[in-house]
Design a protein around this ligand. Structure first.
Ligand SMILES: Cc1ncc(COP(=O)(O)OP(=O)(O)O)c(N)n1
Ligand SMILES: Cc1ncsc1CCOP(=O)(O)O
Ligand SMILES: [Mg+2]
Length: 287
């Protein structure tokens, strides 16, 4: 089988074990890959070196099995030790030139950028890809100012190396980021924090593919779902969008999707696929 060029990646999934208590890292990341994540990063800010090495070895094996590039965040020694495909660094991490010297010419080196100036500097310095973000405020990187879709537009117009939009991206705002010119999306909480990472990744990939075809942003195709036993055609792709479309936003509701209750905090990322079955129970306040 011909090996895919890693530059063709569309959906970048990053680990965050704190978002999936009770579910294993490998189980969650394998689901993400099965749903269409085509590059994976190990990011574990509070992990010990031993934990990092253990998880990096396991993810190296998993990603190799699926032919998906594996990147390690921050820790160049761990990337080297486990034979990762590359490493990712921020503006305050190891300088790009030093990382290149240590990892060699074939490693994939990613750099976070928060402005076009930083993007062009990373490009000149030999980065293989850059992160553009955080596009929106995000609890995954608290305190970091959002660059907004204004910087996504600038990147789309000016950056020649692969770049990926990151930060606060969910199924509810993915189309906005794609409409600003992104062709690759990265998400942490929206993927690994969802009970069904494969479904979320499939939904992200569908949005990315639709944007690439120049379709879907203004007039998404309808899917058929079953709501309380009744078939509904809808353009909604998340529980939140469906609740809004049914005029139930702000109401006291319990939502069950395919037999599983979806917590209100997860409505924005709970993806709807064609054929999904929902039960919506609306409580009317009493006196
Ligand atoms: C793909 C991607 N983009 C950006 C980042 C953030 O890196 P950094 O700014 O160094 O912040 P930390 O992730 O280290 O907290 C990333 N990891 N991946
Ligand atoms: C690591 C990182 N760098 C910029 S934003 C971000 C966090 C993205 O996480 P989420 O997708 O949960 O907002
Ligand atoms: Mg970093």
């Amino acid at each position: 089988m011909e090996k895919r060029d890693w530059r063709d990646f569309k959906l970048y999934a990053i680990t965050a074990a704190n978002y999936h208590p009770g579910r294993g890292l490998l189980e969650v990341m394998e689901q993400a890959i099965l749903g269409g994540a085509d590059i994976v990063q190990l990011r574990a800010k509070d992990a010990s070196k031993e934990e990092l090495l253990r998880d990096a070895r396991a993810l190296r094996e998993l990603t190799a099995r699926y032919g998906v590039p594996f990147i390690v965040n921050d820790h160049i020694d761990v990337a080297l030790e486990v034979g990762a495909d590359g490493a990712h660094f921020g503006q305050d991490d190891m300088p790009l030139a030093e990382a290149r010297r240590i990892l060699g010419p074939d490693a994939i080196i990613g750099i976070s950028t928060h402005s076009l100036e930083q993007a062009l500097a990373a490009e000149r310095g030999g980065a293989d890809y850059i992160g553009v973000g955080p596009v929106f405020p995000t609890g995954t990187k608290p305190g970091r100012a959002a660059v907004t879709t204004a910087y996504v537009r600038e990147a789309a117009a000016n950056v020649s190396i692969p770049w990926v939009a990151i930060g606060g991206i969910t199924l509810a705002n993915a189309d906005e980021v794609l409409a600003a010119g992104a062709t690759r999306l990265c998400a942490v909480s929206a993927i690994v924090g969802d009970a069904r990472p494969a479904d979320v990744c499939r939904a992200f990939r569908a949005r990315i593919d639709a944007a690439e075809r120049g379709a879907g942003v203004s007039a998404p195709a309808a899917i058929a779902v079953v709501v309380n036993g009744r078939r509904e055609e809808t353009a909604a792709r998340t529980v939140a969008e469906l609740v809004e479309a049914l005029g139930l936003a702000g109401k006291s509701l319990v939502v069950e999707l395919n037999g599983v209750i979806v917590a209100r905090e997860a409505w924005e990322t709970a993806a709807l696929a064609d054929g999904a079955a929902l039960e919506l129970v609306h409580f009317v306040g009493g006196g």
